[in-house]
Design a binder for this molecule. Structure first.
Ligand SMILES: *[C@@H]1O[C@H](CO)[C@@H](O)[C@H](O)[C@H]1NC(C)=O
Ligand SMILES: *[C@@H]1O[C@H](CO)[C@@H](O)[C@H](O)[C@H]1NC(C)=O
Ligand SMILES: *[C@@H]1O[C@H](CO)[C@@H](O)[C@H](O)[C@H]1NC(C)=O
Ligand SMILES: *[C@@H]1O[C@H](CO)[C@@H](O)[C@H](O)[C@H]1NC(C)=O
Ligand SMILES: *[C@@H]1O[C@H](CO)[C@@H](O)[C@H](O)[C@H]1NC(C)=O
Length: 466
C-alpha cells in the first residue's frame, strides 16, 4: 500500500463532511491498476460501519477509448461480494441484499449503497467493469458491520468506559455522549469519566452519530411486586420479584427488615420465593440492585401472613382454687391474624356462656363447677382449650385458721383438764386424809407423822411444776 496515515485522515474527514447523514466514506485511496489509461480506484479498502446504518462504496474507473488498435467500449459494471472462504458472486443474485442495495453509476463513477446494515453483511466487496476487450477489477473493499457496546470497569474513583466494536484500531474515531449530549471525540476506544448517579453514557463511531451504542447507567429505582396478589395465608407460596432497569444488568439482593435493624441478605437474585410461608416470615422486605455504576434500594414491601388461631391459653384469677361465693376472672389468649374473637362454653350446655376475651363469674357456686372451654375464632379457623373449675370447700387459709383455732381450743381444753385433774386429786387426798384425821384425834402421834408426809409430797409436786 502506498498511503500515509495523515492522507487517510484528511480524506476521511473531507468525505465525511461532504457525505450527509448516515453515509460515510472512510478512506480515499487510489487503487491504481493496469496502465495505458486503464484505471480503477475506490473510496476505501476497509470500512467499519454500524449495524442498522447505511454504507456507500464508491469506485471510479477509466479505460482507453481504443485498445490494441480497436475501439474499446464499456459493456457492463458489476459489484461482487465474497463471504469468507467463498467465491465472488454478483450482489444482485444474493437474496439477503434484495431491496437493500442500490448501484448508482454515472460519469465513470459507480456507487454501491447498502442500507439497514446487518452483521452478516460483513464481507469483501469488489467492483469490476468489462469492455468488449478486457475485464478490470478494483481492489477488494472489506466491510465490517459492528454492534456497539460500552464496556464498564472501575478504576479507583473514576469509571473507565470502552467503546467495543469490531473495528480495527485507528480505523475510526469514537464519539462519547453523556446524557445524550456529545462530550468527547477520541481515536482511542477508552475514556475515563467521573460517574454521577443519574448519568448515562453511550458511544458512536464518527460518522455514525445517529447509531449510538445502548447507554450504560446505574440501576434505576427498583420496583417490587408480590405474587399472588391479595391476602397471604400461612402455608401458601409467595414470590417477591424485584426489577430494576440497569445497563450493564444489575445484580439483586433481598433483605428483610427487623425493627429498625436491617438484616443481612436473605436471598441473592431477583426473585425471593417463600414457599409454605409462616407467620415468622411476616415483616418488611426490600431489595437492592447493583451494577458497576451504582446501586439502588427499593421501597419496603410489607408481608402480613394471616393464620388461624393457635391453641388458646386460659388464665384464672385470683387462682384455680375457687371458694364458694367468690368471683373469678377468666382470660383467654390466642395468637391469631387477624385477631380472634372469643367464646366461652360449659360442657353439656348448648349455648355459649359468654363472649369476649374476659369472662367474669361472680358469686361462684358449687353448680358452676365443671368443664369449660374457650374457643378462639377468626375467618381462617378456630381453636379450643378445655379446663376445669372446681369449688373447693376448704381453702388453705381456712384450713390453717381451722387448725389454729382447733389447736388453741385443744390447748385450752388440755389446760382446763389438767387443772381440773389437779383439783380433783387434791380433793381426793383431803377426803382420804379426813378419816385419818378423825382417827388421829385418837392417836396424835400418827397424825403428826402423816402431816409431815403430806407436806413433803406437796413440796415435791411444786418442784416438779417449776
Ligand atoms: C430481630 O432482632 C432481634 C434483636 O436484634 C433479634 O432478637 C431477633 O431474633 C431478630 N429477628 C429475626 C427474625 O431475625
Ligand atoms: C437500614 O437501611 C436504611 C436504608 O438503607 C438506612 O438508612 C439505615 O441506616 C439502615 N439501618 C441500619 C441499622 O443499618
Ligand atoms: C453485585 O455487583 C457489584 C458490582 O458489580 C459487586 O460488587 C457485588 O459483589 C455484586 N453482588 C453480588 C451479591 O453478586
Ligand atoms: C371482670 O372483673 C374485673 C375485676 O373485677 C373487672 O375489672 C372487669 O371489668 C370485669 N369484666 C367484665 C367483662 O365484667
Ligand atoms: C367471630 O368471628 C367469626 C369469623 O370472623 C364470625 O363468623 C363470628 O360471628 C364471630 N363471633 C363473634 C361472637 O363475634
Amino acid at each position: 500500500m502506498f498511503y500515509s496515515l495523515t492522507e487517510m485522515r484528511g480524506a476521511a474527514m473531507s468525505l465525511t463532511a461532504a457525505a450527509s447523514g448516515l453515509v460515510v466514506f472512510l478512506l480515499s485511496v487510489s487503487v491504481v491498476q493496469g496502465q495505458d489509461g486503464w484505471r480503477v480506484s475506490c473510496s476505501s479498502t476497509e470500512i467499519c460501519a454500524v449495524k442498522g446504518s447505511t454504507v456507500e462504496i464508491r469506485c471510479s474507473y477509466t479505460y482507453p477509448s481504443s485498445w490494441n488498435n480497436r475501439v474499446n467500449t464499456l459493456e457492463k459494471t458489476l459489484w461482487l461480494t465474497k463471504q469468507k472462504g467463498g467465491k465472488h458472486v454478483d450482489l444482485n443474485t444474493v437474496s439477503e441484499y434484495a431491496g437493500r442495495v442500490e448501484d448508482l453509476c454515472g460519469n465513470n463513477i459507480c456507487t454501491l449503497r447498502i442500507r439497514n446494515l446487518r452483521e452478516s453483511d460483513s464481507a469483501e466487496y469488489r467492483f469490476m467493469f468489462k469492455t468488449n476487450q478486457a475485464t478490470y477489477w478494483a481492489n477488494p473493499v472489506t466491510l465490517s458491520v459492528t454492534d456497539l457496546q460500552v464496556q464498564v470497569s472501575r478504576s479507583g474513583s473514576s469509571t473507565l468506559l470502552r467503546c467495543l466494536s469490531s473495528c480495527s484500531p485507528g480505523q475510526t474515531s469514537y464519539i462519547w455522549f453523556k446524557n445524550r449530549e456529545e462530550v468527547k471525540e477520541d481515536t482511542s476506544s477508552y475514556a475515563y469519566f467521573r460517574y454521577e448517579s443519574a448519568d448515562s453514557y453511550s458511544c458512536a463511531l464518527k460518522g455514525y452519530e445517529d447509531f449510538p451504542s445502548p447507554s450504560v447507567y446505574a440501576p434505576k429505582l427498583p420496583s417490587v411486586s408480590v405474587s399472588p396478589f391479595g391476602e397471604i395465608e400461612q402455608g401458601s407460596s409467595v414470590t417477591l420479584t424485584c426489577s430494576s432497569d440497569a445497563n450493564p444488568a444489575a445484580n439483586y439482593t433481598w433483605y428483610k427488615r427487623n425493627g429498625s435493624a436491617n438484616l443481612s441478605s436473605v436471598k441473592v437474585g431477583p426473585r425471593l420465593v417463600l414457599s409454605s410461608i409462616q407467620s415468622s416470615d411476616s415483616g418488611q422486605y426490600y431489595c437492592r440492585t447493583e451494577n458497576l455504576l451504582g446501586r439502588r434500594r427499593s421501597e419496603s414491601i410489607s408481608i402480613d401472613v394471616k393464620y388461624a388461631p393457635k391453641l388458646p391459653s386460659v388464665s384464672v384469677s385470683p387462682s384455680a382454687e375457687i371458694e364458694e361465693g367468690s368471683s373469678v376472672t377468666l382470660t383467654c389468649s390466642s395468637d391469631a391474624n387477624p385477631a380472634a374473637n372469643y367464646t366461652w362454653y360449659k360442657r353439656n350446655e348448648d349455648s355459649p356462656k359468654a363472649s369476649g376475651q374476659i369472662f367474669n363469674i361472680t358469686d361462684f357456686r358449687a353448680e358452676h363447677s365443671g368443664s369449660y372451654s374457650c374457643g378462639a375464632q377468626n375467618k381462617l379457623g378456630r381453636s379450643n382449650s378445655t379446663f376445669h373449675l372446681i369449688v373447693v370447700a376448704w381453702s388453705s387459709t381456712m384450713i390453717v385458721n381451722i387448725i389454729r383455732t382447733t389447736l388453741g381450743v385443744l390447748i385450752l381444753i388440755l389446760a382446763l383438764l389438767l387443772s381440773l385433774w389437779m383439783r380433783k386429786k387434791k380433793a381426793l387426798r383431803s377426803t382420804t386424809e379426813a378419816p385419818e384425821e378423825i382417827e388421829l384425834d385418837s392417836d396424835p402421834e400418827y397424825e403428826n407423822n402423816s402431816h409431815t408426809a403430806a407436806q413433803t409430797e406437796d413440796t415435791e409436786e411444786q418442784e416438779d411444776m417449776v
